[in-house]
Every structure is written in C-alpha cells, then in structure tokens.
Design a protein. Structure first.
Length: 94
C-alpha cells in the first residue's frame, strides 16, 4: 500500500516515504506540513505506511486460504475512511 498526499501549497502529490525522506516537508516546494511537529508527523506517516502494508499482506493471506466466508468490506474500510474524513475536516478548519 502506498499512502499518498497532496501539498496544500503547490498542489503536487507525494508519497509518505517521500515526506519521511524530506523530514516532514513537501518534497517539491519545501512547505513544513506540521512545523511544530515534523518529527511526530514523519513517524506517524511511517507507522501508517507500515500498518497499511501489514493489513494488505494479511488480507492477501486470508484470500489465499480460500475461506468459506466473505469479509465485510465496510467493516475494514469504514474506520479508515472516517479517520481520513476527520483529517480533512481539521485541515479545512486550519
């Protein structure tokens, strides 16, 4: 899984790993995405990136086992959607 974002200043897309490499700044225009918390932001994005990979791998393993059930897609995705909506709402207020 590749977590992607868009810079609110230059409008260019970036990957979470690029943000980590640029120490919490936009790799294109240099904007500090969270000036007071760049280290925390970088760590949280790295954790989210790793967690996404783990979730994706686990779901692939489950599929490979061909279980006699279907996972509820909304049960897996809705908490993620809500977290993203919350981030968007907070960004819109800033």
């Amino acid at each position: 899984m590749k977590i992607k974002g868009t810079c609110s200043r230059c409008g260019k897309d970036f990957l979470a790993e690029q943000l980590a490499e640029s120490h919490g700044h936009c790799p294109w225009c240099g904007l500090a995405f969270s000036p007071d918390y760049t280290s925390n932001l970088t760590k949280a994005l790295q954790s989210a990136d790793v967690a996404g990979d783990v979730l994706e791998d686990a779901l692939e393993q489950i599929a490979d086992l061909e279980p006699k059930f279907e996972l509820d897609e909304d049960a897996v995705l809705e908490p993620l959607r809500e977290a993203l909506r919350s981030q968007r709402r907070r960004h819109a207020r800033a």
